[in-house]
Design a protein around this ligand. Structure first.
Ligand SMILES: NC(=O)C1=CN([C@@H]2O[C@H](COP(=O)(O)OP(=O)(O)OC[C@H]3O[C@@H](n4cnc5c(N)ncnc54)[C@H](OP(=O)(O)O)[C@@H]3O)[C@@H](O)[C@H]2O)C=CC1
Ligand SMILES: O=C(O)C1=N[C@H](C(=O)O)C[C@H](O)C1
Length: 271
């Protein structure tokens, strides 16, 4: 992928699973420049070169000092934890640095804080940066609208043993897309847990089921269970590369945006 003009990119969570994937993707891009790398103060990576894990030197040190890490950067790509991303967003808003945020697990107050930061700088926020997942969301919109209320909806997701939030941000977004396509709100329909004598399935419920194990990168299936037939729409990620490439598309798309909160539907023209 190429940026229209070279963009100076910082990566937060530089030693994380996505952080490393993103650093590799920025280095491999022809006109993106790795200009900053952030991690928590306790991380053993702090002080080391951001590309030491690749056995090479970039001259960019990993730092926990936000001002130092963001100095001279155009955009921060952030896949960390909600509390980290919110601190980064405050710094980015103050310093005029754009953001691409893949972190999941924000509560309503966190989402509101990001919307506030987006009044100062342009931000792309999406629980899944993969092109395939976002196209799958559009298919779900179509299916939900066309199938209507005769089909019971269940969202099943599976991820690796290290994932800390559930259901995944992607599963929640799929639920929101489906609920909105049917003129409703997810909060009124979501069933996150079942145990013991649950009684019959409530009409209109959107159920969630979570699987955690091994090194599963990320699988999502939405089941529309009707009478005499089932529709299943599945996306499986086999690698994290798709998340990184989607993030770089967002970096490029943001280049001429002064401020505002956007998502991957905006980036990919899926609105
Ligand atoms: N939108 C998308 O396409 C995708 C989103 N994700 C999401 O991205 C996030 C990160 O995932 P993943 O890379 O697997 O996680 P990792 O745990 O591998 O990496 C997280 C990184 O963030 C750092 N970190 C932890 N807490 C903070 C904090 N408070 N402030 C700053 N940095 C912090 C970690 O440091 P340390 O290890 O030292 O604690 C680590 O470097 C998750 O929310 C995940 O759901 C993941 C994949 C795709
Ligand atoms: O933690 C992960 O790994 C992933 N998190 C995102 C989510 O919560 O939806 C995206 C992807 O599924 C991988």
């Amino acid at each position: 992928m190429t940026f229209t003009t070279a963009r100076r990119v910082a990566v937060a969570g530089a030693s994380g699973r996505m952080g490393r994937m993103l650093i590799e993707a920025v280095l491999a891009s022809t006109d993106g420049v790795l200009a900053g790398a952030l991690d928590v103060a306790a991380s053993p990576a702090v002080g080391a070169d951001a590309t030491a894990f690749l056995g090479r030197s970039s001259g960019v040190p990993v730092t926990a000092d936000l001002r130092a890490g963001l100095a001279g950067c155009d955009v921060l790509i952030d896949f960390t934890r909600p509390e980290g991303t919110l601190a980064h967003a405050r710094a980015c808003a103050e310093l005029g640095v754009q953001m691409v945020i893949g972190t999941t697990g924000f509560d309503d107050a966190g989402k509101a804080a990001l919307a506030q930061a987006a009044e100062k700088v342009a931000i792309v926020l999406a629980p899944n940066m993969s092109v395939g997942v976002n196209v799958t969301m559009k298919l779900l919109e179509l299916a939900a609208r066309a199938l209507g209320d005769g089909y019971d909806i269940e969202i099943i997701e599976a991820h690796h043993r290290h994932k800390v939030d559930a259901p995944s941000g992607t599963a929640l977004k799929m639920g929101e897309v489906i609920a909105e396509a049917q003129g409703t709100r997810l909060a009124e329909r979501a069933v996150y847990e079942r145990y013991g004598h649950t009684g019959e399935r409530p009409a209109g419920a959107i159920g969630f089921a979570t699987v955690r194990g091994g090194d599963i990168v990320g699988d999502h299936t939405v089941l529309f269970a009707g009478t005499g037939e089932r529709v299943e729409i599945t996306h499986r990620s086999g690698s994290r590369a798709g998340y990184a490439q989607g993030s770089l598309r967002a970096v490029r798309w943001l280049a001429d945006k002064p401020r505002g909160l956007f998502d991957m539907f905006d980036v990919l023209g899926l609105r």
